[in-house]
Design a protein around this ligand. Structure first.
Ligand SMILES: *[C@@H]1O[C@H](CO)[C@@H](O)[C@H](O)[C@H]1NC(C)=O
Ligand SMILES: *[C@@H]1O[C@H](CO)[C@@H](O)[C@H](O)[C@H]1NC(C)=O
Length: 482
């Protein structure tokens, strides 16, 4: 009896196994069918093994291409992914024709007659050199939009200017706020307020009058404020928009945050290391840092680190910000170092990280609140070392960590830096996969969330007046009433 029972249990067991195996096989084959048809689940959730470098870009409901059209973009190489995604989905951007005083006139461009924009086919207004350049993204993005109407429809384009705002994905506000801050924030003797403040007031007044702003409450507007102090007044009024920023250090989380806004790189001031054939042994300095000594807020770490590192062999640690004449020296220093320190200053971000990338000097990031450009598609841990401030301040922690990274691992990160450096290059005309295109693509990835916010804000529009809808959330324009 006992034996028969056991064998029947065994039979049941093997039947169960067979059933399980067939089920698993069935699920697997179903998975493969979905994969090969490019089912949205796999695109949206990025489960494909090779899609780790670049998440696919098509999250936009109204994009004309179907998911399967984007399927070829799932290939092992990041560069191929980029090529396909930029070819298929172009962000449609409506740009306000703001008067020139908001943009190119700040660069001393003199408009002829009633022209609002320079004719980029004949002459492009130049941006002054020097340190202002690090926040010049407003200039490069605007030029790219202007030229999008004339340039051949090459693969490189990620954004296209459209003149009918109803057809646009986003509304672009072409105010050169960083340049305005850098050049015009001083109050002149006979004036009450700076030109920078006046222009911000004018901008807010202009925007809230626009049909486009009222339609969305500003939610689909793209506003640039890369310098941490730029748009200081207007940011508190315009926060429903998506800001393009360097970090969130000086923003309340309700005004700007990583979900709503886009982080853009600084334009590096150190020269790109062209034809870099250096290696682990040919870069004599182990760790390089050059920066201002006294910094408020989170910057105390710099001083502490100086005392921890000043007597270490092969460490270059010197204070003093990079001045014009210092750029040559800093270039040389970073090009001949294995690791470059990026320590929080008075803001979590700085152009030093992007200088390090351009120098192929592996960045060591000590900045607990830093946010990084395009981090949703780029894994910085492949080419940067991250160290918490609290760890970095422990005796010998940092130097031991750096010394433990040997030739092989360093070389892997160095090679990766050369692969990604183009994502941080600003140029005109913009080229495929450079910073301009990457920023547009990052904006495009915000579009589904923007649409969702706009749609849900319309739920009660049947009996709320458009005025309520548009302005209530933006708390406008009470502060500007005179
Ligand atoms: C703008 O686009 C909308 C939606 O496609 C269309 O209804 C409207 O007629 C267009 N306006 C003009 C001036 O072309
Ligand atoms: C880099 O190498 C290429 C090809 O060898 C050469 O044409 C170019 O002039 C080099 N550039 C620099 C800055 O050395």
């Amino acid at each position: 009896m006992g034996e028969r029972n056991w064998s029947s249990i065994g039979q049941k067991k093997s039947m169960f196994c067979l059933f399980s195996i067939t089920s698993i096989l069935f699920i697997f084959s179903w998975v493969f069918v979905l994969r090969s048809t490019g089912h949205p689940y796999f695109l949206d959730h990025n489960l494909l093994p090779n899609a780790k470098f670049f998440a696919t870009f098509d999250g936009r409901n109204s994009a004309p291409k179907s998911h399967s059209d984007n399927n070829p973009s799932i290939t092992p190489q990041g560069s191929n992914l980029l090529k396909c995604s930029t070819r298929n989905v172009v962000l449609k951007v409506f740009m306000y024709d703001l008067p020139p005083e908001f943009h190119f006139k700040l660069l001393d461009w003199k408009p002829e007659g009633k022209r609002v924009w320079p004719d980029v086919r004949t002459k492009v207004p130049e941006y002054p050199g020097g340190l202002n350049l690090q926040h010049s993204i407003e200039y490069w993005l605007t030029l790219d939009l202007l030229s999008s109407e004339f340039a051949d429809s090459s693969n490189a384009r990620s954004a296209l200017r459209v003149h009918n705002s109803s057809e646009a994905d986003v509304i672009f506000v072409p105010f050169f706020s960083s340049l305005c801050y850098n050049r015009y924030s001083r109050v002149k003797p006979q004036e009450k307020r700076s030109h920078n403040k006046l222009l911000q007031e004018k901008l807010v007044k202009f925007l809230i009058m626009q049909e486009e702003w009222k339609r969305s409450g500003g939610r689909d507007h793209i506003i640039l404020a890369h310098h941490p102090n730029s748009l200081l007044d207007a940011r508190m009024m315009l926060w429903p928009a998506t800001f393009v920023l360097s970090d969130f250090g000086r923003y309340p989380p309700t005004v700007a945050n990583v979900d709503k806004d886009v982080i853009a790189p600084y334009k590096h001031v150190i020269k790109t290391y062209v034809n870099d054939s250096s290696d682990f042994d040919s870069r004599p300095t182990l760790l390089y840092f050059q920066g201002a000594i006294y910094r408020k807020d989170g910057g105390f770490v710099r001083q502490e680190l100086f005392y921890l590192l000043k007597d270490e062999k092969d460490v270059h640690f010197s204070f003093g910000s990079v001045q014009k004449d210092g750029i040559q020296k800093a270039t040389q220093g970073m090009h001949s170092s294995k690791f470059c320190l990026n320590i929080a200053g008075d803001t979590p971000s700085s152009n030093r990280l992007f200088d390090a990338i351009a120098s192929h000097c592996v960045p060591v990031i000590i900045s607990d609140d830093i946010e990084l450009p395009y981090e949703d598609v780029l894994d910085y841990s492949e080419f940067c070392i991250f160290v918490r401030s609290s760890d970095a301040l422990k005796e010998k922690f940092l130097i031991n960590l750096i010394r433990s990274i040997k030739r092989e691992e360093w070389t892997r990160m160095w090679a990766k830096l050369k692969e990604v450096e183009n994502f941080f290059e600003f140029q005109y005309p913009s080229k495929e996969g450079d910073a301009v295109q990457m920023i547009w693509q990052a904006v495009a990835r915000k579009v589904p969330a923007i649409r969702m916010k706009i749609h849900s804000s319309r739920r009660f529009s049947r009996y709320n007046s458009p005025k309520d809808r548009g302005l209530r959330s933006a708390k406008l324009p009470i502060h500007f009433a005179e």
